[in-house]
Design a protein around this ligand. Sequence first.
Ligand code: CA
Length: 232
Amino acid sequence: MTYKPLILVAEDEKPIGTLLKYNLEQADFRVVIATDGQQALKFAAQEKPDLVLLDWMLPIVTGIEVCRQLRAQTTTALTPIIMVTARGEEAERIRGLDTGADDYVVKPFSPAELIARIKALLRRSQPEASLEKITLRDVEMDLTAHKVIRAGSEVHLGPTEFKLLRHFMQNPEKVFAREDLLKAVWGENIYVEIRTVDVHIRRLRSALHEFGSDDLIRTVRSAGYAFNANAN
Ligand code: CA
């Protein structure tokens, strides 16, 4: 029997929730529905879903706050989140992505489009579940425990910096253009400015520098960035 991924649907409008559940089950997913933000957080902790479909406008705890709290918990820090917004909530969409949502859909959306997005996100998030540890130089990444150790001390990284470092360490010495990094870390359907990459690289570098002076992320002029697998 193949594994059926569990989707947590946080949606307070019952007819939409019912329709989503029907369509997702037809596509071979299991579904649990939360009808407010508090319930969404509770179910996320209890059920450990493979992906969260999160309505922006939720009672009790808002979608954005749910997103923030999911990112702050070790167990859900890397769980893919798709934010659902109503048309015209452009500013919210951007804030949603800032908070750590991986993708967004705008209501009304077609079930086929949504399912395609879910499958794409799950494909991207799967390797991290199957790999355990990567060690390069004085850095050790524990992908299961979501921990980074440099020279014996734990480095605290945000979810984006963690994904960036993982991508670099899985491909040491490979030079990535900013566009490649956007695609690998933020995803195909995300529209973020190219300079956002530089912001997160800076954060990653400064976090790594706390416990070691060697520059691990190399800037390759007019090309992008690479992980220095060998000491200079
Ligand atoms: Ca709603």
